[in-house]
Design a protein around this ligand. Structure first.
Ligand SMILES: C[S@@+](CC[C@H](N)C(=O)[O-])C[C@H]1O[C@@H](n2cnc3c(N)ncnc32)[C@H](O)[C@@H]1O
Length: 348
């Protein structure tokens, strides 16, 4: 045994355990408005933060100590301040890097641990709707900042001729739309187009309808509960799959249905977690996050459905291309990418 390697590994384990425990504190601080109360960057004492948020001062001090140890807040002459960069990620909901809201997905991983253990011992199935509700709102909050930052300004323009169609008036399906974050963002940007969001999870569809109302776009957005292989409508100019195709049991069937529902010159926009084709390409921080989430969420969801292909959240472009080639599409290409997403385009 190499003692130096053991020390190194123990260091990494302590870092990871601290990270996991800290994430619980991030979720708590987000819910109680601690980061937002510090968004001005001015140093506060624990008593001041407790008073501002109406919380228990001794617990607030411990929370601040934990955040200071992690470098999320800085000690400043006995007080604590939230630096501007940390505020972008932890306090400012409109920022493209706001992650504090999405951290509640991590809560669901622990809350649903027993169900994943049962799935592991059984047939591997755990359906999306079986998760704790914080999974659904956490997913929305995890993905929405990226969609707001990139979807209209980069991802849609990276597709051949799609923005022109959206501007003049297109028919769009958003399949596996969840709470409809992507649907509402597109509808707000393209008032001449009509949008149809589909998801098989009924409570998500109810929330999506509320989001369309709140976003002032319910006149041009309709949400309907439907499985990806069965959604209604035809002659779509654009069919989108945002971070959901790999969750499906039969992605080939879903892509084939998209093929049938598209106009001859229509386009599929497929947004998937960033991944290389080989496991060796994904042994990095992004791959670690997605593989770990995929073990508890995406893969058991796929195994809960017919076919149960189990692509996993790190499927990679080659396997996704294969899905679309099997479904009859003639063209498939990487349109663009971010550190977290592959943006792929398929056409007939
Ligand atoms: C990770 S969430 C992504 C939700 C949304 N697209 C977003 O980006 O916020 C995956 C979604 O796929 C939906 N889903 C999974 N399998 C499905 C299927 N076979 N048909 C329709 N929706 C499905 C789930 O209900 C869930 O809302």
């Amino acid at each position: 045994m190499n003692e130096a390697k053991l020390h190194d590994f123990m260091g990494r384990l302590v870092t990871d355990m601290g990270g996991a425990a800290l994430m619980a504190n991030v979720v708590i601080g987000e819910e109680l408005g601690f980061y937002k109360a510090m968004v001005d960057g001015r140093p506060v004492s624990s008593e001041e933060l407790a008073e501002k948020t109406g919380c228990q001062p001794r617990l607030v001090r411990e929370w601040l100590n934990a955040n200071a140890a992690a470098g999320y807040v800085e000690l400043d002459d006995g007080k604590f301040r939230l630096p501007e960069e940390q505020a972008m990620a932890l306090a400012i909901e409109d920022s493209p890097v706001y992650v504090a809201g999405g951290a509640s997905v991590l809560s669901a991983l622990f809350l649903d641990k027993d169900k994943v253990v049962s799935a592991m011992r059984g047939n591997g199935a755990l359906a999306w709707g079986e998760h704790h509700p914080c999974m659904f709102s956490g997913t929305e909050r995890f993905f929405r900042p990226g969609y707001r930052a990139h979807l209209v300004s980069e991802w849609l323009p990276s597709l051949n001729g799609v923005v022109e169609k959206l501007e003049s008036g297109a028919k769009v399906a958003d399949v596996g739309c969840g709470h409809g974050a992507s649907t509402v963002i597109m509808a707000q940007a393209f008032p001449n187009s009509r949008f149809f969001g589909f998801d098989y999870h009924a409570p998500s569809i109810e929330t999506a309808r509320k989001r369309a109302d709140d976003g002032g776009v319910s006149d041009r957005v309709a949400f309907e509960q439907a499985r990806a292989k069965e959604f209604s409508g035809s002659d779509f100019d654009l069919v989108c799959f945002f971070d959901c195709l790999h969750d499906m049991g039969d992605p080939v069937g879903a892509a084939r249905h998209a093929y049938d529902a598209l106009k001859p010159d229509g386009t599929v926009l497929l947004v998937e977690p960033f991944a290389g084709d080989r496991i060796e390409d994904n042994l990095n921080p992004v791959g670690r996050l997605f593989y770990a989430a995929s073990t508890c969420i995406c893969t058991p969801n796929s195994l809960s459905q017919e076919v149960g292909l189990g692509l996993g959240a790190q499927a990679g472009e080659a396997r996704l291309r294969d899905v679309f080639m099997q479904s009859g599409f003639a063209n498939f290409r990487r349109a663009t990418e971010t550190p977290f997403n592959l943006i792929l385009e398929a056409s007939k």
